[in-house]
Design a protein around this ligand. Structure first.
Ligand code: GAL
Length: 410
């Protein structure tokens, strides 16, 4: 990701004018994929072992002032976190920091151990994407005692005062985009209906999952209330539709049961609203094997996972909400550098950083149980077969093969 060189004068003017809101327009967003080439130090292979949670081989780059960044990612079995980990590592190493990167195989105890290890290694700052947002209070109390600042990455870590900042996408908007997509595809404000819909949400241990579900449900609830939308299974609460660990097989099995119980009499399914791509993959498989209807079911997702983009090309999934995690890594880098320089970043970071993507500074939405956590929220994008090339290929995030299928860069 190239950052515009912003003169001190321009930065101060921008800081004054944009103090409360978003930074530069996303229209000129450069591809985070260029992060792949941004780091000249990116030479040594990182030998991070996914399932053992071992720490990655230490980077050879000379650290910025001897400083080290500890990065704890939840797992490699959910596609996006592979990209998050590599983009974060590349961004920090491109600025000369040493990086210790761990993946914890979606095992909560393993992630606690991995973070303990990073603290024992005296990292200068922690960037943590929690497996379970409620499970890190004790280990992060050790980080606080050691004066190690913690950035809660993508998923808000709860019930600990050790968190300095939160960097994510606007998670409620992710769901809202899914709900609005369904509303518009069915033309719910004008069509007679009724239409049948089922919901599949994410992991209850993931603070994001509730935001995704509520964002979508808040858009669609008025149509459910007036009978335009019907939920044959009757499953409309988050806990009824949640999917532990965002697991594809669990999502598929639950949806097979729903189809067997409520649709085997020929009832038409019009929409399967899924909060992300790993669950959408399971639901799509269930529809493929267990749904007898001849209609094309509207299926939503999130993340732009490779298999789901292929399903969109093949007409099996209708949309995904894309989040450019390459940009999330850039925002995290600049926030961490400011913290390590002894600053207390606020909205001014957005203006002075000169990012080529939109970001809002939020001091109202994310209370982690100990108080509001100041947050930097990037903006998600709806991707369909119609705009996939423009949003994903032309921006450099993916390449496209001869068969028209997309493959992530990095
Ligand atoms: C969420 C994340 C999403 C989703 C899920 C599974 O917290 O924000 O991108 O895919 O985890 O990784």
């Amino acid at each position: 990701m190239k950052k515009k060189l912003v003169s001190a004068v321009l930065a101060s003017v921008m800081a004054a004018s944009l103090l409360a809101g978003c930074g530069s327009a996303a229209g000129t967003a450069k591809t985070g994929a260029s992060a792949e080439t941004a780091s000249s130090e990116e030479t040594a292979d990182t030998a991070d072992t996914e399932e053992s949670g071992e720490e990655a081989a230490e980077e050879t780059a000379a650290p910025a002032g001897g400083q080290t960044v500890g990065i704890a990612m939840p797992t490699k079995s959910l596609e996006r976190w592979n990209r998050d980990g590599s983009y974060l590592q590349e961004q920090f190493e491109s600025k000369g920091y040493k990086v210790e990167l761990t993946y914890s195989d979606n095992k909560i105890d393993q992630q606690v151990k991995d973070i303990e290890g990073l603290i024992a290694d005296n990292v200068n700052i922690l960037v943590v994407a929690a497996i379970d947002g409620e499970s890190l209070s004790q280990v992060l109390a050790l980080a606080k005692e050691a004066n190690i600042p913690v950035i809660s990455y993508d998923r808000l870590i709860m019930n600990t005062d050790a968190i300095s900042y939160y960097v994510s996408f606007d998670n409620y908007t992710v769901g809202k985009l899914q709900g609005e997509f369904v509303r518009d595809q069915l033309d719910l404000d004008n069509a007679a209906g009724p239409f049948n819909i089922e919901f599949t949400a994410g992991d209850p241990a993931d603070n994001n999952a509730g935001f995704f579900f509520n964002g979508a449900y808040d858009v669609l609830k008025p149509y459910i209330d007036d009978g335009k939308l019907v939920v044959p299974s009757g499953q409309t609460s988050f806990n009824q539709v949640a999917t532990a660990q965002w697991d594809t097989a669990k999502a598929m099995s639950r949806f097979q049961n729903i189809l067997g119980s409520y649709y085997s009499d020929g009832t038409q399914l019009d929409v399967a609203l899924c909060s992300n791509d790993s669950t959408a993959l399971g639901v799509t498989q269930a529809i493929g094997s267990d749904y007898a209807g001849s209609n094309s079911v509207i299926i939503t997702g999130q993340d732009g996972d490779e298999a789901n983009l292929a399903n969109i090309v093949d007409g099996k999934q209708t949309m995904t909400v894309y989040k450019a995690v390459a940009n999330e890594a850039v925002a995290t880098l600049d926030l961490a550098v400011a913290i390590l320089n002894g600053e207390t970043p606020d909205a001014g970071l957005i203006a002075s950083a000169g990012w080529d993507f939109e970001c809002a500074y939020d001091t109202a939405s994310y209370d982690n149980g100990t108080g509001i956590i100041p947050s930097y929220l990037l903006v998600p994008t709806v991707v369909t077969g119609d705009n996939m090339d423009a949003e994903l290929v032309d921006t450099g995030y993916y390449t496209k093969d001869d068969q028209g299928y997309l493959h992530p860069v990095g």
